[in-house]
Design a protein around this ligand. Structure first.
Ligand code: ZN
Length: 279
């Protein structure tokens, strides 16, 4: 019986250790999914953890409406959120996108309170959410979180500015390459679930023009489009074709918040014959 009790105790202790290490591994995985949180020290992350919750943002889910009070900020890990402006006539254009490189809700810590644009999950997935009050308190502390949030804001300003310049000066085909690369950088795979109508809304172009531009990229063997999914077949090919705007945004982000740990899947995928699905 004593032996049995010892065994039980041993197994119980082992279970606690395993559970604890599994939880820690899971926690590390969660944080590793977001470049800003991953850049913090382990102590800093452990302190923030009780106030963060993993949530799923579904494709098309509105994270913030224009002018709405911000109750939570979101650190995307696998989802990608678009910051969009909708004009009075209903036409829409994307100003920037935020994925595992950033945070959604910067107006909260900048002091403005709300934002004059919408934030919509354009690629569904996971994010870590933190209550507004907690983030404001953390930001006021002036520690490493404040530092990385300010650096990210500078990188986001670069992305917004470069998007404006790109939309004004560069052809749709190059803008589509830029957008695909920015999305691809923020995903753990080569598949981008996306319809051409949504892409047209993102790029501020007409659907027909997006169909032509996407068709050219598919004919060149760079992407394959099928049933609302875009598969990147040749990332290096897209990098060759894209305008200078992509690299400016990517370089500035890496300089300010650190280089990404890109998944093997995000590296060059060998070109293959498209399956013949019509665009
Ligand atoms: Zn451009």
């Amino acid at each position: 019986m004593i032996f049995r009790a010892d065994t039980d105790q041993y197994e119980s202790s082992l279970a606690v250790v395993l559970e604890s290490s599994m939880f820690k591994a899971l926690e590390m995985q969660e944080y590793a999914g977001n470049r800003l949180l991953w850049s913090l020290s382990e102590e800093e992350r452990a302190r923030l953890r009780p106030n963060m919750k993993h949530v799923t943002l579904a494709l098309g889910q509105v994270v913030y409406e224009c002018g709405e009070r911000i109750d939570y900020v979101y650190f995307p890990t696998t989802c990608v959120v678009s910051l969009l402006y909708t004009m009075r006539d209903g036409s829409t254009a994307e100003m920037a996108l935020a994925g595992n490189d950033g945070v959604v809700g910067i107006a909260l810590f900048l002091g403005g309170g709300n934002i004059p644009h919408r934030a919509v999950a354009q690629i569904g997935g996971l994010a870590l959410k933190m209550p507004a009050r907690v983030l404001q308190e953390e930001f006021t502390r002036g520690g490493p979180l404040q530092h990385i949030l300010l650096l990210y804001t500078q990188a986001l300003i670069t992305q917004i500015s470069q998007t404006a310049v790109c939309n004004r000066l560069h052809p749709l085909e190059q803008r589509l390459c830029r957008w695909l690369l920015l999305c691809h950088d923020r995903l753990n795979g080569s598949e981008i679930p996306m319809t051409q109508e949504i892409i047209a809304n993102m790029l501020g172009g007409r659907r027909e023009s997006v169909t032509v531009a996407a068709g050219r990229l598919q004919d060149a063997g760079l992407i394959h489009y099928s049933r609302g999914h875009i598969k990147v077949l040749d990332r290096e090919g897209l990098e060759t074709m894209v305008c200078e705007c992509y690299k400016i945004v990517d370089d500035e982000l890496s300089r300010l918040v650190g280089a990404p740990q890109r998944s093997e899947l995000n590296k060059r995928v060998p070109c293959r014959e498209a399956d013949g699905e019509a665009l």
